[in-house]
Design a protein around this ligand. Structure first.
Ligand code: GLU
Length: 469
């Protein structure tokens, strides 16, 4: 028998903004599909009309596209599938898996109070569940019923969770779920099952806040005659304070990390490690991740977000990235920092600037801040560095250096030789000239090797900046 093709999905509810914890629930099913030549499906669960927004859908799509979590099918929208749910509901009803329940909200409340008073777990008591030989109460006039699913009453329902191991529930703990409201609209757990069945999902990889829905969904799958998918329920992602990540306690939208200059591959690397491992490997490429990813090494405990570690991972990816590629990624940030596109197009310096500075940057924003200095007209040197290095005693050396820069041949070696000449003439040591030169030309005393920086900066800018003192 040929092995069944892997089909996974990400099924977000567009009801809020999407943070790193949410997007990790997209990363794993995407990776599992890609690692197995499978199909990855995007499904928007927008049935909560009051809370679902287009803005939230947009952030999901933007976040996924930034991280290059490309989907093969969809996005499907549940609101566009209502007719299909109703059709399947009718089939279930015809097959006797569903029954109308006329219990009013007041009756349900009274039932709950009685159960609580008797220290029982509140649950529907099966009043309207048809059984052989049972006489049902008379149908009240003018009341539209909900539809309830006939949950098996004995035995256990369970599954081998790829993340959490064996999970079982006693059927006696599950009451008969409402699967359609009085107006006929189907409820959440039912829609999810119809979708997973129709989309032929083989592996459901999602947050563990859905563990309690799973036994109900398994029953629905079975009633539908559908194959029950494999489940992997991922532990939550906690914020730095150890709380569940949410907007309320300061989580950022995933797109904000894009705007703060994180690299998509670094983010994929970081999120991958937040709930999965491959030995002790901390830094890996997207290709390595896809080669290694499987559901056998999912972490069982909650992952905790750590911004310092994310910055470190990002720095490692920046450093390892090819200069031309990095230049393309940093370019919009440099433009945002005020450098006109035309200036960036005027020469080939940007990749060379990337090469020189990438190992001292954590984000694209850091790198763009450096790059900007090479293009703008005026810079504002750091005041402390200026006071410390651009002193009266440095003046003769700076004058001699400026004179040398007027005529030197423009390459790194010649610039270096010219600097050494000045030092020799005046009997100075390298830092006595290099530090004030750095402050005046780059705005700070801390830069990569001065000759390499000067070569990239260009004669004109250097002379203008030296004059500004
Ligand atoms: N829409 C659900 C959520 O955003 C996910 C449902 C599922 O993956 O089955 O939490």
């Amino acid at each position: 028998m040929t092995q069944q093709q892997v089909r996974t999905r990400f099924a977000p509810s567009p009801t809020g903004f999407i943070h790193l914890g949410n997007i990790r629930s997209a990363l794993y099913p995407w990776a599992f599909a890609r690692a197995n030549d499978g199909v990855f499906i995007l499904r928007i669960e927008d049935t909560d009309l009051e809370r679902s927004t287009q803005a939230s859908v947009d952030v999901i799509l933007e976040g996924m596209s930034w991280l290059q979590l490309d989907h093969d099918e969809g996005p499907y929208y549940q609101m566009q599938r209502m007719e299909r749910y109703k059709e399947v509901l009718a089939q279930l009803q015809a097959a006797g898996h569903v029954y109308p329940c006329y219990m009013s909200v007041e009756e349900l409340d009274a039932l709950r109070e009685r159960q609580m008073a008797a220290k029982e777990k509140p649950r529907y008591d099966g009043t309207w569940r048809p059984e052989p030989g049972k006489v049902l109460p008379p149908v009240p006039e003018g009341v539209k019923p909900v539809l309830r699913f006939k949950t098996p009453q004995d035995g256990v329902v369970g599954w081998d969770d790829k993340c959490k191991g064996r999970i079982e529930f006693q059927n006696s703990e599950l009451d008969d779920l409402v699967i359609a409201r009085p107006d006929g609209t189907p409820t959440y757990n039912f829609c999810v099952c119809v979708d997973d069945m129709d989309m032929r999902i083989t592996h459901v990889i999602r947050g563990d806040d859905h563990v309690n829905n799973t036994p109900r969904q398994i029953h629905i799958f079975e009633a539908l005659g559908a194959t029950v998918p494999v489940f992997a329920h991922l532990p939550t992602v906690l914020n730095e304070q150890g709380e569940k990540m949410s907007k309320r306690n300061g989580a950022k939208a995933v797109t904000q990390y894009r705007d703060e200059g994180y690299l998509p591959d670094a983010m994929v690397n970081y999120l991958a490690r937040l709930g999965w491992s491959h030995g002790d490997d901390e830094i890996f490429s997207r290709a390595q991740f896809l080669e290694w990813f499987n559901l056998d090494h999912l972490g069982r405990s909650a992952g905790q977000f750590d911004e310092a570690k994310l910055r470190w991972v990002n720095a490692q990816h920046l450093k390892a990235m090819e200069d031309a590629q990095l230049a393309a990624l940093v370019r919009p940030f440099v433009v945002q920092a005020g450098v006109p596109e035309a200036q960036l197009d005027a020469d080939d310096r940007l990749p060379r600037i990337c090469a020189l500075f990438k190992d001292r940057c954590e984000t694209l924003v850091d790198l763009a801040r450096w790059a900007r200095v090479f293009y703008v007209d005026a810079i504002e040197p750091d005041a402390d560095d200026f006071a410390k290095h651009v002193t009266e005693t440095a003046a003769p050396a700076l004058d001699a250096f400026a004179a040398a820069m007027e005529t030197v041949a423009w390459n790194k070696d010649a610039i270096n030789a010219a600097i050494k000449d000045v030092l020799k003439q005046l009997g100075l040591k390298m830092p006595q000239l290099a530090m004030p030169v750095r402050v005046l030309t780059m705005g700070t005393a801390h830069t990569p090797s001065v000759d390499a920086v000067l070569e990239l900066l260009g004669r004109e800018k250097i002379l203008a900046r030296l004059k500004s003192r």
